[in-house]
Design a protein around this ligand. Sequence first.
Ligand code: 1PZ
Length: 206
Amino acid sequence: SFKEAEATTPLTAVTEAFEELARLLESSSGDLHLRPFIFACSHVSNLFGCLGFAFKFAEVEYVSKVNDLSEASKMFNTLSNILEHDVKNVSVRKPGSHSRNLRRVRIGLDLIKAMFEQFLSSEDCSPKDAASTAYAQVCAPYHTWAIRKAVGAGMCTLPSREQLLLKLNDHDQSVEREMRRYIVASNPIIEYIDNLYLSRDISLDW
Ligand code: 1PZ
């Protein structure tokens, strides 16, 4: 049926995964478990396919960070446990550490949120405009010049609004609704992750 077809679009899968995670966070009395977090984060992979070949490297980068957290979940139960471990080992910001990779994944989630906010801000906003503005806001401050250049070049290959809707297997109104739902659901999770660092007096300028 139409309803079933709608329930399986890439965007719906991501949105529902984060709504579930937000519900878990609400009922977790402040200690979010790693496994459901990783489960939700791995749904983002559904979206990369819609963005075309140029975003392969964003995908490889994102997936490698999520995979590292997945490895970590064999040893650590909660997101908090990861921070505790790296604080003890003075490795929070160390390249490749779980706490650093968690920070990177969090930036990815925020990037998607910012992109959706841009996309919703005007019907004339192309995916390229949405992604460029979101990237400048959320990621660029933490990326090297070379990465920023490469991302800028990749932006030009993003599909048009119509092509993207087609690839998302969706129509305008339902896409907008799904995006709004993702924004609402991801917000407390992003805040929660930030607070894991801030509550330990770790700044977020990296
Ligand atoms: C329409 C959507 C377009 C999205 C456009 C945004 C593209 C973002 C491209 C990001 C490329 C990342 C390249 C590598 C960056 C690394 O230097 C850093 C630091 O890694 P570290 O030194 O800690 O090992 N890695 C990151 O910042 C991780 C970034 C994750 C990117 C997530 C993208 C999620 C986008 C989802 C779109 C569906």
